[in-house]
Design a protein around this ligand. Sequence first.
Ligand code: BV8
Ligand code: ZN
Length: 258
Amino acid sequence: MHQRVGPPYSQDLVRRLAEAEVVAVLTGAGVSAESGVPTFRDPDGLWQKFRPEELANVDAFLRNPTLVQGWYAHRRAVVEEVAPNPGHAALAELEALVHERGGTFLLITQNVDGLHQRAGSEHVVELHGSLMRSYCVDCERSVSRDELAAIESGEAAACAACGGLIRPDVVWFGEMLPEAALRQAEAAAVASDVFLSVGTSGVVFPAAGLPLAAGAAGAYVAEVNPVASEIARHLDETVRGRAGEVLPDLLRAVRALR
Ligand code: BV8
Ligand code: ZN
């Protein structure tokens, strides 16, 4: 296969992004990788050290709440140490660009790190929840950060109101995704003219089904990933590269077309 000269994306994608009325983007852990947040399934990813079955599901949590609360406290600390990277910034800029021309934009993320919001993205749907929010499993009250302090000393953090266990507001395996978020994401996917899938392995459903639903409804679907995802063969274009490098360059090309 000849080595493509020039940018890793097609001029067709640039033109489509410059003209699209509706743009939707799905992001995964890969978009936060360049900020220093470990992904899940890369060789140095979280699932290499921990098994998801041991941590990211409710049985594991009830079996060993202190371990799971500690793991999420660690991931919160990591996220609070890092900053959004140029890939996050480029997606916030794309949103502004689409809005400037009266279009519609939605950023659908599987990430729970809140980095898109910190980069300035406004229309963000968190399909898998957020590390930054926790709630009581019994009374479902949202709990404040200081109620999590016990975790630092290796104790189980319990709800100040009813003594129930506190869990992170993330979607674990086998749990339903937040209904409204999923509905909003599906609607944006099928309405989109261009759908970008950035930094996701395309393994976890129903999120990984969104680019496929977009394509089936007529969107032009491209992924940005250094390696092909599980869904790459179904997409119109696969852009080989890192989000922090490709997206800013792609945005410059789109702006130049205006
Ligand atoms: C549901 C928790 C069910 C939050 C996560 C069998 C048994 C049980 C369930 C299932 C089953 N088979 C299928 C299922 C459904 C299951 C599923 O899909 N399992 C998979 C593994 C087969 N899904 C669920 O359980 C979902 N719930 O389906 O409900 C149901 C249905 C009806 C009624 C009742 C219940 C829940 C899914 C959410 C699970 N939660 N995490 C947390 O702790 O973070 S999953 C975890 O994976 C994260 O949430 C993450 O968002 C998600 C996806 O991972 P990615 O973001 O794609 O990250 P990954 O590391 O995989 O890939 C990174 C990519 O980036 C790579 O491709 C890499 O090449 C690329 N990259 C690296 N560097 C860069 C880069 N790209 C660009 N630039 C770079 N620089
Ligand atoms: Zn409670």
